[in-house]
Design a protein. Structure first.
Length: 655
């Protein structure tokens, strides 16, 4: 490398700033250029350091071996240096430095390094400052109160519409976590998000690369109120320096310790991100509309070849109406997972946000689009609430009391899994049916379901069950539900749990409630299914696998902790010989009670309505009492539930 060319380049490197032209020219004459391939080590832990390496372009990872496993300490990019600590102390290298992409470095051998320290006193000062900054960054990462998460969002639609969605998501994440969050617009030259945010943006990656002291502005920002809460937007000032992706990712690494969540906005119409970008993010969410489905397919096909991308990749739907079934099926097949989040498109709400005062965020809490954004924000923040509604026949009225209490307190429900009667309540509620209507439909179910038949496979036919579940109303499929839902059933042949979340909802629910001997088994996908309560009466694990971060189980079968003696009385009723129907019904209830406690053991919180033994006729006579029991049990655990949700942590219980 010619000394003149090197001198021009060294002017922009932090390590050589403030040096005189003579000092820079002297150093440039000793530097040698070297290129490393992706995965190639530059320094090895435990080996002597033989040179100072300055990253001219590319990205490197600094890792240490800990108990046979490599642990990444940080990533460094353009302008950073490695190897100086070993040269200054004479000790072997304390970490391995490996190129993550094709990386070009400027190398200063050990002997020349010692000479340069004597000839250029300013170099020693800059080295000390650089090491201090790196130590400070490491300490901030270790001591940061945030488990920092970087989430990339690939958004469709116009730049302004995408910015409204991004700003609304930023505001929702900040509000619901009560922590700092940052929005970075990664859409090239787009400045829509900063323009619509209504406040002076903080320095972005390009500005930070030119002047790292600007990080102090990010450090000084604290959470606040207002439309964006603790959310902030970063953008670069208009300057000639456009950072490369490795440089921008390096700056992103500097920002992470200062925020709990960093949102990176991408355009779904652009090119899919590089493997290096995917490596830097914790999740990548594609917001898919029907007219942009082709772009989503292209992204997924490209990203599936990237290591670890598949587990980070997920999708949310944004449309005026549900995607066609075949399009959704192809999308889920490509992703290898269910698409559980919907953003019901509302052009009027977006226009209102754009025409109102900045910041341009969705503000109507009753708008389905706003609710969809809030639900997606909980997914981003790791605060998704899943409800596991357990088996229990007429005790299922208690589920309505639980839901009534949660609605009154504003506690969100993002996922529902139901077993047996829990599947009935969960399926109807996930479809948007009001609690009062569900109660009316369930009242007197013992009479509605009683359809005697020739007892070949069951005492009753399933005609009454079909009417209860499917009429009146359309036979809606799972992907059109307001809340993601799954029904748990038992495979009669294998005795294994089956989680049903495809096809028509009422057919899956019918399988989940087919009590052996009372209702005939249901044929689903070529397999005969019976009551899910036989194997999983409190489906906590199924709802967690759906994506719930906080699982709330409603156990109708197990006795509450510290429960007193069983109810007395009813002696006259017990003296009468029970009928075959009562024996089958009660036997199933006893069996479910024995395994319910184990079934719901993995829940983060369990609600135990105080209900004793029941009879089939309780669908007619005790529904309101069971609802009251469910509501009372929910009120008891509300302080614990609120402690799991930062936005509700300091609210008082409304009784």
């Amino acid at each position: 490398m010619a000394a003149k060319d090197a001198a021009v380049h060294l002017d922009s490197i932090d390590l050589f700033q403030s040096l005189s032209p003579r000092e820079i020219s002297t150093i440039a004459g000793r530097l040698r250029s070297c290129t490393f391939k992706a995965g190639e080590p530059i320094l090895l832990q435990g080996q002597p350091g033989d040179a100072l390496h300055i990253i001219k372009s590319g990205l490197v990872s600094v890792v240490v071996e800990d108990r046979g496993q490599e642990r990444e300490l940080e990533r460094l990019g353009t302008g950073e240096s490695v190897g100086e600590m070993s040269l200054m102390t004479g000790e072997p290298c304390s970490a391995t430095v490996r190129a993550l992409s094709k990386t070009e470095v400027l190398t200063l051998p050990r002997a020349d390094f010692v000479d340069m320290l004597e000839e250029c006193p300013g170099l020693w000062r800059n080295l000390s400052r650089s090491l201090s900054h790196r130590l400070l960054r490491t300490n901030r990462r270790l001591l940061s109160p945030y488990a920092s998460k970087v989430v990339a969002l690939a958004l469709p639609g116009s730049p302004d519409e995408a910015s409204v969605l991004a700003l609304s998501l930023l505001a929702s994440v900040s509000r619901q976590t009560k922590q700092k969050a940052l929005l970075l617009d990664w859409r090239g030259d787009s400045a829509c998000a900063p323009r619509l945010a209504g406040a002076e943006p903080l320095p972005g990656p390009a500005d930070l690369l030119l002047d790292r002291s600007l990080l102090k502005l990010h450090e000084a920002m604290v959470g606040g109120t207002g439309s964006l809460g603790g959310g902030r937007v970063a953008a670069d000032a208009k300057n000639d320096h456009q950072p490369t992706e490795p440089e921008a990712l390096t700056a992103l690494g500097w920002l992470r310790p200062h925020y709990a969540t960093v949102l990176l906005v991408l355009s779904l119409d652009g090119e899919p991100p590089s493997p290096e970008f995917v490596e830097h993010v914790d999740s990548l969410i594609l917001v898919v509309s029907e007219e942009r489905a082709g772009s989503a397919f292209r992204w997924i096909d490209r990203l599936r070849a990237v290591p670890r991308a598949e587990r980070k990749l997920e999708a949310a739907l944004m449309a005026h109406k549900p995607l066609p079934t075949d399009t959704l099926r192809r999308l889920e097949e490509r992703l290898g997972k269910k698409v559980r989040h919907r953003l019901p498109r509302n052009d009027a709400a977006v226009r209102a946000a754009l025409s109102g005062d900045v910041p341009c965020v969705l503000s109507d809490p009753l708008d389905p689009l706003t609710r969809g954004v809030d639900r997606l924000a909980r997914r981003v923040a790791g605060l998704g609430v899943g409800l596991a509604l357990g088996a229990g026949a007429a005790k299922g009225f208690a589920h309505l009391g639980v839901l009534r209490a949660l609605e009154r307190e504003g506690i969100p429900v993002d996922y529902i899994a139901g077993s047996s009667v829990g599947a009935i309540i969960g399926g109807l509620y996930a479809g948007g049916m009001p609690l009062g209507e569900i109660e009316r439909r369930m009242h007197g179910a013992d009479r509605k379901l009683r359809r005697w038949t020739i007892p070949y496979s069951a005492l009753w036919s399933d005609a009454g069950l079909k009417e209860l579940l499917s009429e009146p109303g359309p036979a809606y499929p799972f992907h059109e539900l307001n809340i993601p839902f799954a029904a748990v059933a038992t495979d009669l042949a294998t005795g294994r749990e089956v989680v049903l979340e495809d096809g028509v909802v009422w057919r899956a629910v019918r399988a989940s409630v087919s009590i052996p001997g009372i209702f005939p088994p249901s044929l689903v996908n070529g397999r005969y299914m019976v009551d899910g309560g036989l194997v999983d009466p409190v489906p906590g694990e199924p709802v967690r696998r759906m994506g719930a971060d906080i699982v709330v189980a409603v156990d109708l079968m197990s006795p509450p902790p510290n429960a007193g003696k069983a109810e007395r009385g009813q002696s006259e009723r017990r003296r009468r010989t029970p009928s075959l129907l009562e024996v089958l019904w009660r036997s199933t209830e006893i069996m479910q009670g024995e395994i319910a406690e184990r079934s719901g053991a993995t829940a983060d919180l369990t609600i135990w309505p105080k209900i004793g033994n029941t009879r089939l006729s309780d669908f007619t006579y005790r529904g309101e009492a069971f609802m009251a029991a469910g509501e009372a049990a929910t009120i008891e655990v509300l302080p614990q539930l609120r402690s799991l949700l930062p936005a509700f942590a300091h609210q008082t219980v409304a009784v």
